[in-house]
Design a protein around this ligand. Structure first.
Ligand SMILES: Cc1ncc(COP(=O)(O)O)c(C=O)c1O
Length: 399
């Protein structure tokens, strides 16, 4: 008899984003669950990609990326973070931030290495660490401020700790790491000779004039870092899957050894188009934070009279709502109910934590955390319509 297939990721289920988007479609709900913009990518960018295709620029690019694009990213880094680096040696264009994260993890994590990640965590980190033979050490961040306890981080470091993954601006909580956070991170990294993977895909979306504390601003930290970004988030084109990784030359060269056998290179016409966009329309990036801050204001104002407690969103295009005054359901059940009965799809926070549905300790998690995530990368009309539906929710006693 054939033996059963031994899965390398036996506990992995369908992602919560897929689950909630399918449910939203099925019930024709307004989909504020999955994080993708409702509006289109800039016309100039589309026309540049079309032109590149028509001009026949349709073959492989160099594995690390089209040189024009690498140089434009280098200039962007210089403008934003005052870091001068050699773009052709330090920057690698990837198929989305997802590939950059994956390759960075494969580059540094060896068998039995430990990697510290903060929950709620973006869902691609842990499977990548596991497939590299590593183990994730989860540190939970808690409502309402989701701040990192660096003393706890220090205590969690042991001789097997190899890396720390940070994400700021943070999905799903919308919080930012501060200068003091970055300095404490830098200190621990230097003292313990760790590496950092800094997921900065929402780097240009911070609100109320607060600056993004990129790892690229901290020279000693950057020496041991892979900084990951995504053009999908910056240019409203998540479906193109285009991102990049910035690392010092010796780390970038190791990263590229793996990247070349994962994808080799990324869609050439889009790289050419984005290089032109960065050069001709730098204002798109400088205006992005204001563009999303407006959307946050629309949604938050429209929810003012609802029974939700709105947690502060300092960056990204997400906001968290505490529904403890509305329902006793757990967050997963509440999101299903909201989609089916109210017509608004949201994302529960529990799948971003180590102890997920059905697993040990999950009930205690639910008792403390009645929080859901809404995506506000939507048109004003959609946000107002969804908010009006959410304002109709009555009190707890209803269910
Ligand atoms: C925190 C975070 N990291 C990485 C990604 C993946 O980015 P990409 O679509 O460019 O692969 C996302 C996308 O939602 C994200 O929110």
């Amino acid at each position: 008899m054939q033996s059963p297939f031994q899965s390398k990721l036996p506990n992995l289920k369908t992602s919560i984003f897929t689950e909630m988007s399918l449910l939203a479609n099925e019930h024709k709900a307004i989909n504020l669950s999955q994080g993708f913009p409702e509006f289109d990518t800039p016309p100039f960018l589309k026309s540049q990609i079309n032109q590149a295709i028509i001009e026949g620029k349709n073959q492989y690019s160099p594995s690390s990326g089209v040189p024009d694009l690498l140089n434009q990213i280098g200039q962007l880094i210089q403008r934003q973070y005052q870091l001068t680096l050699e773009p052709l040696k330090c920057i690698t264009v990837t198929s989305g931030a997802t590939e950059a994260l994956w390759v960075a993890i494969q580059t540094i994590v060896r068998q039995n290495d430990e990697v510290i990640i903060f929950d709620p965590a973006y869902d691609s980190y842990e499977p990548a660490v596991k497939l590299a033979g590593g183990i994730c050490r989860h540190i939970a961040l808690n409502a309402p401020d989701y701040a990192v306890d660096w003393t706890l981080v220090k205590k969690s470091i042991n001789k097997n700790t190899r890396a720390i993954i940070v994400n700021s601006p943070h999905n799903p909580t919308g919080t930012l790491l501060s200068k003091s956070d970055m300095e404490q991170l830098q200190q621990l990294v230097i003292e313990n000779e760790l590496y950092v993977i800094s997921d900065e895909v929402y780097e240009f979306i911070t609100f109320d004039g607060v600056r993004h504390e990129s790892a690229l601003r901290y020279p000693e930290l950057f020496k041991r870092s892979f900084v990951v970004s995504s053009f999908g988030k910056t240019f409203h084109c998540t479906g193109w899957k285009l991102g990049y990784c910035v690392a010092p030359p010796e780390l970038a060269s190791e990263f590229r050894k793996i990247h070349q056998y994962v994808t080799f290179s990324t869609f050439t016409p889009a790289q050419i188009g984005i290089a032109a966009m960065l050069k001709e329309h730098p204002e798109h990036i400088t205006e992005l934070a204001g563009f999303y801050q407006n959307k946050r204001e629309h949604l938050v104002n429209a929810l003012k009279d609802s029974r939700f407690k709105i947690l502060p969103s300092a960056g990204t295009y997400f906001v968290l709502l505490d529904y403890s005054d509305i329902s006793a359901l757990n967050d997963h059940e509440f999101c299903h109910w909201l989609t089916k009965e109210i017509g608004v799809a949201a994302i529960p926070l529990s799948p971003f934590y180590e102890n997920k549905q059905g697993e040990e300790h999950h009930e205690s998690y639910h008792q403390q955390n009645k929080v859901i995530r809404l995506c506000f990368a939507k048109n004003e009309q959609t946000l107002l319509k969804a908010a009006a539906m959410l304002c109709q929710l009555e009190q707890k006693s209803k269910h």
